[in-house]
Ligand binder design. Structure first.
Ligand code: MN
Length: 129
């Protein structure tokens, strides 16, 4: 079974996303902190990560940077979730190494569509190069 990882400290959101992922056939690896997410990402080798930005301890952007600095995880798709949309954040989020992001609240009916769209986009990019 393909593994997807979710880094999210909000239990309700985690449940919602996990349910959507499981329904689509993914095994879900969950982490509630960036530190835990970093460790699990390197150990469990998920095929993509859904990353909350606001986390206790190191935030989702710093977690992404640390995952990216690990050589073998450079191509791992990381999709961020953000609840704030302030000016300049887009650049800051993308600069951290995130591939794409969506804003909360999460809509369980469309979330998988969005995720698959992003993952397809990445596959196309990779096959071009
Ligand atoms: Mn959070």
């Amino acid at each position: 079974m393909k593994k997807a990882m979710v880094v999210e400290d909000n239990k309700d959101n985690l449940k919602l996303i996990s349910y959507a992922l499981q329904r689509s056939g993914y095994e879900v690896i969950a982490a509630a902190t960036g530190e835990e997410g970093l460790e699990l990402a390197l150990r469990e080798r998920p095929c993509f990560i859904i990353m909350d930005i606001n986390l206790p301890g190191i935030d989702g952007l710093e977690t992404t940077r640390r995952i990216r600095s690990s050589e073998r995880d450079r191509k791992l798709p990381i999709i961020a979730m953000t609840s704030f949309a302030m000016a300049g954040d887009r650049e800051r989020i993308i600069a951290a190494g995130v591939d794409a992001y969506f804003e909360k609240p999460i809509d369980p009916l469309t979330i998988m569509e969005k995720i698959h769209e992003i993952l397809r986009g990445r596959t196309d990019e990779n096959s071009d190069s």
